[in-house]
Design a protein around this ligand. Structure first.
Ligand SMILES: Nc1ncnc2c1ncn2[C@@H]1O[C@H](COP(=O)(O)OP(=O)(O)O)[C@@H](O)[C@H]1O
Ligand SMILES: [Mg+2]
Length: 255
């Protein structure tokens, strides 16, 4: 028997097909607590599908997903969230007509099953917690602005606070699908510095997808490369960058 501590996230032999397209093909990898890992690959490689399976939106055809030693594949997304998996989406997902604070309050209430009392209590419910999360992601100054009036980068901050609100306490695993998508290149560093600080301060295991190669190699402690549903590399940034297979399918010659 192996007595080593289980990695926070362990994915084993995951496969998922859509109409004959093998979106995930025998994918296995782990992410440890406090690790900031990039999952990269060309469009259609299977990154979002991988996130969808881990957070319970999709059931895999084969394979298993383990969170701190507990099997979570096949559980509904709400259960996965309550087990400690926070998620942000490729397209920012906030309620445009609600303020930044209300969006985070909503996430806090949903995560604790207090949804039903929402209509009566949103003005005060979990307000200080919501403000603490907003402050943590640099969104404190616009807590009372409706999300429709915010810049895309600021909506991303609110979304990030929502992901952190998805469990009592804090998420143990954060899945961030292209956290910097739609943000200007100059805003990408600050968004990722926020992620980096959170990983450092909270020990949350974080898996992110990202198209901007500079961002990937600046921030990821480890890089996993998917190509047509298969993992073709998994290691420290420098060795992944130097891998001829990775250069051929993804990075081109300039990597
Ligand atoms: N819900 C779906 N129905 C059908 N095909 C899908 C669905 N989701 C993803 N796919 C297909 O699976 C493959 C992987 O997609 P995706 O996981 O979105 O890749 P990535 O996020 O790396 O760009 C693509 O060929 C895509 O068209
Ligand atoms: Mg995607």
């Amino acid at each position: 028997m192996n007595h080593q501590a289980a990695p926070l996230l362990r994915i084993e032999h995951l496969s998922k097909a859509f109409d004959g397209i093998q979106a995930l093909n025998d994918v296995s990898f782990s992410v440890g607590a406090g690790e900031l890992v990039a999952l990269i690959g060309p469009n259609g490689a299977g990154k979002t599908t991988c996130f969808n399976v881990v957070n319970g939106q999709l059931e895999p055809d084969a394979g298993s997903v383990w969170l701190a030693g507990e099997r979570i594949d096949g559980l509904p997304p709400q259960r996965v969230a309550m087990a400690g998996v926070g998620r942000t989406f490729q397209t920012a997902a906030t309620f445009a007509s609600m303020t930044a604070r209300e969006n985070v309050q909503l996430a806090l209430l949903a995560g604790s099953g207090e949804y039903v009392v929402l209509a009566h209590r949103l003005a005060t419910a979990r307000r200080s917690e919501a403000d603490a999360l907003l402050a943590r992601v640099g969104a404190g100054s616009f807590a009372e602005q409706v999300c429709a009036s915010l810049s895309y980068a600021d909506v991303k901050r609110v979304e990030f606070a929502i992901a952190l609100a998805q469990r009592e306490g804090a998420p143990r695993l954060l899945l961030m699908d292209e956290p910097t998508a739609g943000t200007a290149p100059r805003d990408r560093g600050p968004v990722m510095e926020l992620v980096e600080a959170l990983v450092r301060d909270t020990g949350v295991a974080t898996l992110f997808t990202e198209h901007d190669v500079d961002v990937v190699f600046r921030f990821a402690a480890r890089v996993i490369v998917l190509d047509r549903g298969r993992i073709i590399a998994d290691g420290p940034p420098a060795s992944v960058r130097a891998d001829p297979r990775v250069q051929a399918v993804y990075l081109g010659t300039e990597a």
